[in-house]
Design a binder for this molecule. Structure first.
Ligand code: FE2
Ligand code: FE2
Length: 402
C-alpha cells in the first residue's frame, strides 16, 4: 500500500514539475511576442518564477525520493500546436490560453499531490512544498497534463520568431553601418542616451534567453533554470537602464551640446513620450536567432557577457556612479548578474561541447557567422546588395559592433 502511495506521489510531483516548466516555456514564447518593455519584464519574471518552482519540485524529488533530474521536453501534442501558432504569426492571446490551461493543470496536480501527501509518511515536508505551490497557482483545476519525451541529444524542436519588435518609445535614428552608437561612455552627459541604447541591448539578451528556453528539448532542467534566471535579469536591466535614461532626460536636453546627434530624439521623447533614438537595425536579435545554441553561447556569453561584467563593474565604480546613488546601486546588481551570466555561458558551452577542439571550432564559426549576419541585417536595412555592404563593412572596421 505504502509503495503504491509513494509511486503515485512521486509520479504526480514529476508531472507537476513538468507542467510548471511547460508553463514557464510558454511564457517565454509570449515574451518574444511582447514589445513593451514593462510587460516584457513581467513576463520574464513569470518565466523565472515557474521554472524555479519546477526546479524546487525536482530538488525535493531528488532529495527525498532519489528521482534523477529529467531532460526537458515539450509535450508532443503542444509541439504541433506551437509550430502552427509560430508559423501563422498568430496573436499572443492564443499562447496565453495555452499558458493558462497549463497552469490550471498544474493547480490540479498540486491539489492531487496534497491529497496524496496527507496519507504519506513524508506528508510533512511534501505538504509544505505543494501547499505553497498550490497557493501560487490559479484557482481552477484541470487534470490531464502529459509530460513530454526528451530526445537523446539537445534538439531544436521549435523555431521561435525570427524578428522581434522594439518598445514603441524607441525609434530608428542612426545606422550601425555608419559606426558605433553616437554616445561616448567616458562623458557624463552621454549617460542618458547610453542608458537607453543599453536598454535595447538588454532586451535582446532577455529575448534570446527566452528563445533558447522555448526552442530546445533534451537539455537538463538546470539549463532552463539558468536561462530563466538570466531572462529575468536582463529584462530587469533593460527596465533599469530605461528608467535611468528617463530620469536624466531633462538634464540631457538642457545641457547636451546643440549638435549632439541624439538631442532631437531626447526632445521628441520629452514632448511626445516616444522617439528615443536607437539603431535602425533594431537590437540585432535576428543575428543571434540565426545561430545554433552553442554558437549563441559563444556570441552572447563568451563575447558579450564576460566583457559586459567587467564594464558594469567599472561603471558601478565610475565617476557618474559617485554622483547618482540609484545608478550606483543598480549597476552593482547588474555587475553581479552579468558575472553569473558569463559563468553559466561557459558551463553550458562545455556541456554541449565537452571537447576543447570542438569548442574552438565552434567559437571560430560563431564569430564568422555573427559578422556575416550583422552585414546581412545592415544590407537589408539599407536596401543594398549583401556584397556591397560587406565591402563597406570590411573597409570601415575589423571590429564588428556589439
Ligand atoms: Fe544585462
Ligand atoms: Fe547578461
Amino acid at each position: 500500500m505504502l509503495d503504491s502511495l509513494l509511486t503515485s506521489l512521486t509520479d504526480t510531483l514529476g508531472t507537476l514539475r513538468d507542467a510548471l516548466l511547460t508553463a514557464g516555456r510558454l511564457t517565454a514564447l509570449a515574451h518574444l511576442r511582447e514589445p513593451r518593455l514593462r510587460a516584457q519584464h513581467d513576463l520574464a519574471r513569470e518565466v523565472s518564477l515557474r521554472v524555479e518552482q519546477a526546479g524546487a519540485v525536482q530538488d525535493f524529488l531528488a532529495r527525498y525520493y532519489n528521482v534523477r533530474e529529467p531532460q526537458v521536453a515539450w509535450p508532443a501534442a503542444l509541439v504541433e500546436e506551437l509550430t502552427s501558432w509560430l508559423e501563422s504569426g498568430a496573436p499572443v492571446p492564443a499562447i496565453e490560453h495555452l499558458r493558462k490551461r497549463t497552469l490550471a493543470q498544474a493547480s490540479g496536480l498540486a491539489e492531487q499531490a496534497i491529497l496524496l501527501a496527507r496519507s504519506n509518511l513524508h506528508g510533512g515536508p511534501t505538504l509544505q512544498l505543494v501547499e505553497a505551490l498550490h497557493a501560487s497557482l490559479p484557482n481552477e483545476c484541470l487534470g490531464g497534463f502529459v509530460s513530454g519525451e526528451a530526445p537523446e541529444q539537445p534538439r531544436r524542436v521549435l523555431r521561435g520568431p525570427s524578428e522581434v519588435a522594439l518598445d514603441p518609445v524607441f525609434a530608428p535614428a542612426f545606422s550601425l553601418a555608419d559606426g558605433p552608437e553616437p554616445t561616448r561612455r567616458d562623458l557624463d552627459i552621454d549617460k542618458c542616451p547610453e542608458c537607453w541604447c543599453l536598454a535595447v541591448r538588454e532586451c535582446m539578451a532577455s529575448e534570446l534567453c527566452a528563445l533558447s528556453i522555448a526552442e530546445y528539448d533534451g537539455l537538463p532542467l538546470a539549463f532552463h533554470r539558468d536561462f530563466a534566471k538570466q531572462c529575468w535579469d536582463e529584462a530587469r536591466h533593460a527596465l533599469f537602464f530605461l528608467d535611468v535614461a528617463l530620469e536624466l532626460l531633462p538634464s540631457f536636453v538642457r545641457d547636451a551640446p546643440r549638435g549632439h546627434p541624439l538631442l532631437a530624439s531626447a526632445k521628441q521623447m520629452l514632448a511626445e513620450g516616444r522617439g528615443l533614438g536607437v539603431p535602425a537595425e533594431g537590437n540585432l536579435y535576428s543575428v543571434v536567432w540565426s545561430l545554433e545554441l552553442a554558437e549563441r553561447l559563444v556570441v552572447m556569453h563568451l563575447d558579450s557577457e564576460t566583457p559586459g561584467a567587467a564594464q558594469a563593474l567599472a561603471d558601478a565604480r565610475g565617476p557618474f556612479a559617485q554622483t547618482n546613488a540609484t545608478y550606483r546601486s543598480g549597476m552593482e546588481v547588474v555587475a553581479r548578474d552579468e558575472a553569473t551570466h558569463a559563468r553559466l555561458g561557459q558551463r553550458w558551452l562545455k556541456h554541449l561541447l565537452p571537447s576543447d577542439a570542438e569548442r574552438e571550432e565552434t567559437m571560430t564559426r560563431a564569430r564568422y557567422l555573427r559578422a556575416i549576419h550583422i552585414v546581412r541585417v545592415m544590407a537589408q536595412q539599407r536596401g543594398v546588395p549583401l556584397m556591397q555592404m560587406a565591402q563597406a563593412f570590411l573597409s570601415q572596421t575589423q571590429e564588428a559592433p556589439r
